[in-house]
Design a protein. Structure first.
Length: 76
């Protein structure tokens, strides 16, 4: 499959590592997302505060498995 098309999944479900070929996937930091969400939401619930408007970036991780292949670099 990776010779013709690359496939990437999301959320790194356990099944992704056990299919043939193993699926390349993006892994999210669910615990960090939950903590940050609660930190923003609880004050809103308890005190009626307005939501914060600043942007948050929570890192993800690309787990490269056999469903993708690296393309050759183009000279440039």
């Amino acid at each position: 499959m990776p010779e013709h098309v690359s496939i990437v999944g999301f959320d790194n479900i356990e099944f992704a590592a056990h299919v043939t070929p193993p699926l390349t996937t993006v892994e999210q930091a669910f615990m960090q997302i939950g903590r940050e969400s609660a930190r923003i939401l609880l004050p809103m619930i308890e005190g009626g505060t307005q939501p914060e408007t600043r942007k948050r970036v929570i890192p993800t991780k690309l787990l490269v498995r056999e469903s993708t292949r690296q393309l050759p670099r183009q000279p440039g």
